[in-house]
Design a protein around this ligand. Structure first.
Ligand code: ZN
Length: 337
């Protein structure tokens, strides 16, 4: 498979100081990939900044103005976790633009991984939180809907619940949002019973998992919950909020996923996109705070896409069996699972 990364050196200009989501995060990851034998096989593309109109597809004008004003004012904390520096507004536009650019690469037959920062999936329509200013993947999904697509699946494997993305689409069926995340954990949302509302009821799928869940647990979530539901939904594109903070070495999460587990999940996503939507698949970086572990996890995803195969993983829930069973029981009201 022809595989691409989307990134820009300017992502380091969102200066967060001594923060886990540090300025060097994406640069160090790309530096690692450059040393890898995978690098010559990767197509590298740079993003264009998203426009204000793109941001307003998801976010309130007042939220956009708050981020812009905070940056222009020299920077400050928008919440206890989320810092804005003088360049942060422009770089947040470039992060959303990276997710949009990734979806544009499908025309060239590429499967892309947008290596962007700041991350996005906690930014709600109204506010920045959890290191996130604008919801990059939600903005890319909105652009696809605007272009005429009618059904998009977003799979979110970040250790934290993607509350912002869930909020953006909670009341509609045009986006199926599926999240597996550590529970209990930040931001506190994402319980089984959060399934959408109104037209969107049944189009939000939450699988809160116990700390310590590993490769087999995540493989079971895909095999028994995400994959059957996504197949029934029959999306026209699959987007992945790829937070690499479920890696066993991550300092902010307590999960035990290895490189093989990431590869397996990437292969599941690729299989869905191959079978359902002509390989319209894009990964967008969310969290991942151990520099080495994040780099190896991203490499495992890219290698799986490039080779179109992954190492075998046992699909058996060890810690998460009860959570998987409860998610299936909950979703059985809407899907054949
Ligand atoms: Zn996270």
């Amino acid at each position: 498979m022809n595989t691409a990364i989307v990134w820009d050196e300017a992502y380091a200009e969102h200066d967060t100081g001594a923060h886990p989501e540090g300025a060097d995060r994406v640069a160090s990851l790309v530096g690692y990939l450059r040393q890898s034998d995978l690098w010559p096989r990767l197509t590298v593309r740079h993003p264009m900044p998203a426009t204000e109109d793109d941001i307003l597809l998801v976010h309130a004008r007042a939220h956009l103005a708050t981020v812009k004003r905070a940056a222009q004012g020299g920077g400050h904390w928008l919440d206890p976790d989320t810092f804005v520096s003088p360049r942060s507004y422009e770089i947040a536009l470039l992060a959303a633009g990276g997710a949009i650019r990734a979806t544009e690469l499908w025309e060239e037959g590429l499967v892309p991984f947008a290596l962007v920062r700041p991350p996005g999936h906690h930014a709600t329509p109204d506010r920045a939180m959890g290191f996130c200013l604008f919801d990059n993947i939600a903005i890319a999904a909105r652009r696809l809907l605007q272009a005429g697509l009618e059904r998009i699946a977003i799979l979110d494997w970040d250790v934290h619940h993607g509350n912002g993305t869930q909020a953006a689409f909670y009341g509609e069926s045009s986006v199926l949002f599926c999240s597996a995340h550590q529970w209990p954990h930040y931001p506190g949302s994402g319980f089984f019973t959060e399934c959408g509302e109104g037209e969107g009821e049944g189009f939000t799928v939450n699988v809160p998992l116990p700390a310590g869940s590993g490769d087999g647990d995540y493989a079971a979530v895909f095999a028994e919950v995400f994959s059957p539901i996504v197949r029934q939904y029959a999306p026209q594109a699959v987007l992945v909020s790829a937070g690499q903070d479920i890696h066993g070495d991550d300092p902010l999460g307590s999960m035990e996923v290895s490189e093989a587990g990431f590869a397996h999940m990437a292969a599941c996503c690729f299989g869905l996109a191959q079978d359902l939507c002509a390989r319209r698949l894009a990964f967008v970086l969310e969290g991942g705070y151990d520099r080495g572990a994040t780099a190896r996890a991203v490499e495992a995803v890219l290698r799986t896409l490039a080779d179109e195969r992954a190492p075998a993983v046992t699909t058996r829930a060890e810690r998460a069996a009860a959570a998987v069973a409860r998610a299936r029981a909950t979703q059985a009201a809407y899907w054949d699972v």
